[in-house]
Write a protein that binds this ligand. Structure first.
Ligand code: FES
Length: 169
């Protein structure tokens, strides 16, 4: 049986490497967590929030729906209120549009400008959108309104926490 001796130099070298490695990991972990956490939040945010809307009551006229939920951001918890414009299209499919203008983020309203009936109108720079959220060419917005995902449970409308861009737009 051979006896291996650790020299003082080796001992110091191992100790410094161990402590250095621990400090490196300890300093990088918070940065990694900060970078990855929003991604995890989006995944976790895949759940749906109950609204006060009964699906049977929806018509083909966009209706403003506000819904609230608690959002945790690190150690801070806040109450978030989201808004959607919701209606049923000709096929009975539910459409839930974000009111956030795709130009500079003002709030659009349905049928609020008498010169542009049955369209979403943004008062900030006169942006216009069709009922399905498509931006009207020649007005400032460069893309369609985002849409909320939805599900129906016991006749009640549930909406995703965040609206997202329409695929292919
Ligand atoms: S922010 Fe809506 S048109 Fe500019």
């Amino acid at each position: 049986m051979s006896e291996q001796r650790v020299t003082r130099r080796q001992f110091l070298s191992y100790t410094i490497m161990g402590v250095g490695g621990f400090m490196a990991v300890a300093s990088v972990m918070p940065m990694l967590r900060m970078a990855v956490d929003p991604v995890l939040q989006v995944e976790a945010g895949g759940d749906f929030i109950a609204t006060t809307v009964k699906v049977d009551e929806l018509t083909n006229e966009p209706t403003r729906v506000d819904f609230q939920f608690e959002q945790e951001d690190g150690w801070y918890t806040s109450n978030v209120t989201q808004t959607a414009w919701v209606y049923k299209d000709d096929k009975g499919e539910i459409i839930a549009l974000s009111p956030v203008c795709k130009h500079l983020g003002c709030t659009v309203n349905w049928n609020s400008n008498k010169d542009h009936p049955n369209q979403f109108f943004c008062p900030c720079h006169k942006g216009l959108y069709e009922k399905d959220g498509t931006n009207v060419p020649g007005t400032p917005p460069r893309g369609p309104l985002d849409r909320y995902k939805y599900k129906v449970k016991d006749g009640v409308l549930y909406l995703s926490r965040r609206a997202s861009a329409v695929r292919g737009a």
